[in-house]
Design a protein around this ligand. Structure first.
Ligand SMILES: O=c1nc[nH]c2cc3[nH]c(NCCN4CCCCC4)nc3cc12
Length: 374
């Protein structure tokens, strides 16, 4: 498989590295955070605003778009890029996790995941082949194999059974992709539950298929932070360094920093966008919530060190007023700020690695993280 990933600089003290990921719709600097655009929209922002914040790849969900408006409609309208006016790269998750976390009465069978739509209760069978067909209709640039996301907690035997089923689904996914999807990239997903031996086993099996990149799945599913890191390390230890590693659904700035230190290149998480709509804002000194009355009369920006449009033009008092009044503008202003924070955080990580100062960057982050709120 042609190399679609080029490592630029490695941190001598940790596993952190910068690199470039090449899709047919552009070059992506890594480590990268992918804003989540589940239903063909990064909620409350236009594609121009998302691009203007520096995003070069977003995530969309196969499960949601299959159920509504349907991948065939989107295909008739020229594919997802045309449909949502986003010309840059799109990664589509395959639906396994959403079926596990959203659908009703989900039954995992050898053939696929049988579930009832959370929208209207209609029954579907999502197979590896159908998942690839949907992602082809969406015409996404990076397509994820169909996997089962193993719940937490889960017994060893059940985790082993679901991991081996996932491996069979991934083989079928890859065969389906090889048949008529070669214009895109295809990533495998490791599982293994919270068992170190299964994590290593799954990573070895997935690494032996011929994927462009490897995702670490089944984490950030409610497990303690330390267990997530332990399972991440076990998975990474068996994945080839020369291919991109993608930690699915992660995460907080701290989780991202710890995962970058261990050699993860790609991230996605709803936190910046979802928290924005809940009035929770990320800052260089921790998080603040507009629900707190202390901001009622506070003329300062969310974060005095932030240069985003929101921080250059609006006060905490104004944003809190909008939030308490239910004014829709606040969802946009908060999302602009939180996505700017995450994308700037990633640029800071890349810059620090390139300058050989990643350890210093990490130390500075932890020093500031618990600063008393300003
Ligand atoms: O194992 C997975 N396979 C396919 N997609 C996934 C997506 C995932 N997303 C997460 N976690 C998302 C956690 N997120 C944190 C912020 C609040 C909402 C939930 N784990 C995942 C595992 C998988």
């Amino acid at each position: 498989m042609a190399s679609i990933f080029q490592i630029e600089k490695k941190c001598p003290q940790t596993g952190a590295r910068t690199g470039f990921l090449f899709t047919r719709r552009g070059v992506i600097e890594t480590p990268v955070f992918m804003p989540v655009g589940t239903q063909a929209s990064v909620k409350t922002l236009t594609p121009e605003e998302v691009s203007g914040l520096g995003a070069r790849i977003i995530l969309a969900n196969t499960y949601h778009l299959f159920l509504r408006p349907g991948h065939e409609l989107i295909a008739r309208h020229g594919g997802l890029h045309r449909f949502m006016n986003w010309p840059r790269s799109i990664l589509t998750d395959s639906g396994g996790y959403q079926v596990f976390s959203l659908a009703k009465l989900c039954k995992i069978e050898e053939e696929g995941a049988r579930f009832q739509s959370h929208l209207d209760g209609q029954e579907y069978l999502l197979t590896p082949e159908l998942s690839m067909e949907i992602q082809a209709g969406l015409d996404s640039d990076i397509r994820m194999v169909l996997d089962t996301c193993i719940p937490y907690p889960c017994s060893y035997d059940e985790a082993k059974r679901l991991t081996e089923l996932t491996h069979r689904w991934e083989k079928r996914s890859l065969l389906a992709w090889q048949k008529n999807h070669r214009e895109s990239l295809v990533f495998g997903i490791t599982q293994g539950g919270m068992f170190e031996d299964l994590r290593r086993y799954s990573a070895r099996v997935i690494a032996n298929f011929d994927f462009h990149g490897h995702a670490i799945g089944g984490l950030s599913v409610g497990e303690p932070h330390d267990l997530m890191i332990e399972m991440l390390e076990a998975s990474l230890s068996e994945l080839p360094e020369e291919k991109p590693r993608y930690l699915m659904g992660v995460g907080t700035p701290q989780d991202i920093l710890e995962a970058v230190s261990r050699g993860v290149d790609m991230f996605d998480c709803v936190l910046p966008t979802r928290n924005a709509r809940r009035g929770t804002l990320f800052t260089s000194f921790g998080k603040i919530s507009l629900k707190q009355s202390r901001y009622k009369d506070d003329e300062r920006p969310i974060d005095p060190e932030c240069q985003c449009y929101t921080c250059r033009n609006y006060s905490r008092a104004y944003l809190r007023h909008l939030f308490m009044a239910g004014e829709l503008l606040v969802y946009r202003l908060n999302t602009i700020h939180n996505l700017h924070f995450y994308l700037c955080f990633m640029e800071g990580i890349r810059d620090a690695i390139r300058k050989g100062r990643f350890e210093e960057f990490k130390k500075h982050y932890y020093e500031r993280k618990e600063e008393s709120e300003c």
